[in-house]
Write a protein that binds this ligand. Sequence first.
Ligand code: HEC
Ligand code: HEC
Ligand code: HEC
Ligand code: HEC
Length: 114
Amino acid sequence: MRIPFFFVLLMLCCGINAVASSAPDMIEYPSRWGIISFDHQEHQRRAGECTVCHHQGAEMGACNTCHGVLPTTPIHKDVLHKLCKDCHREKRGPTECAGCHDPEHVDESVFQDN
Ligand code: HEC
Ligand code: HEC
Ligand code: HEC
Ligand code: HEC
C-alpha cells in the first residue's frame, strides 16, 4: 500500500504533539532529603531539545522505565545527578545540595557517598 507523504507528516506531527501536550509542568521527586521540585516546563525552554534529557526520545517513557531496571543502565539517582548537575555547572543552575533538595531536610552528615 502506498501512503501519501502528507499523511506521514500529519501522523508525525500528531505523534509529537501528543507527547508534548502530555508533558508535565512540574515534577516532584520524593527523596530522603525531601521533595525535589523540578520545573519541567521551564527546563524545556532552557534545554531547547527534548533529547538533551530524554536521550532515547520522550515517547520512550519515564527514565526509570530503563534506569535501575535494565542491567546495563546506571541507577536513577546517579543518572539524574549527572544530567542535572553537568548542565547546572555549565549554565549556572544550582549545584549545592540544598539548591535542589528541600533545604529543611538537608543534613550533609547523612550522605558521604555523593
Ligand atoms: C532538563 C531535562 C528535560 C527536558 C529538556 C525535557 N524533559 Fe521531559 N522529563 C524530564 C524528567 C527528569 C522527567 C521525569 C521522568 C521520570 O519520571 O523518570 C520528564 C518527564 C516527562 C514526561 C512524563 C512521562 C514520562 O516520560 O515520565 C513527558 C511526556 C515528557 N517529559 C516530555 C517531554 C518533552 C515533549 C520535552 C521537550 C519538549 C521534554 N520532556 C523535555 C526531563 C526533561
Ligand atoms: C529506553 C530506555 C531508556 C530510557 C527511557 C532512558 N534511558 Fe538513559 N540510558 C539508557 C541506556 C541503555 C544507557 C547506557 C548506554 C548509553 O549511554 O546510551 C543510558 C545512559 C544514560 C546517561 C549516561 C549515564 C552515564 O553514566 O554516562 C544519562 C545521563 C541518562 N541515561 C539519562 C536519562 C534520563 C534523565 C532519562 C529520562 C528523562 C533517561 N535516561 C531515559 C536507557 C534509557
Ligand atoms: C540543559 C540544562 C539543564 C538541565 C539538563 C537541568 N537544568 Fe535545572 N536549571 C538550568 C538553568 C540554566 C537554571 C538556572 C536558571 C536561572 O537561574 O535563571 C536551572 C535551575 C534549576 C533549579 C532552580 C529553580 C528554577 O527552576 O529556576 C532547580 C531546582 C533545577 N534547575 C533542577 C533541575 C533538575 C532536578 C534537573 C535534572 C532532572 C535539572 N535541573 C536539569 C538548566 C538545566
Ligand atoms: C541539580 C539538582 C540536584 C542537586 C544539586 C543534588 N541533587 Fe541529589 N537528587 C536530585 C534528583 C533529581 C534525585 C532523584 C530523586 C529520585 O530518584 O527520586 C536526587 C537523589 C538523591 C539521593 C537519593 C535519594 C533517595 O531517597 O534515595 C541522594 C542520597 C542525593 N540525591 C544526595 C545529594 C547530595 C549529597 C547532594 C549535594 C552534594 C545532592 N544530592 C545534590 C537532584 C539533585
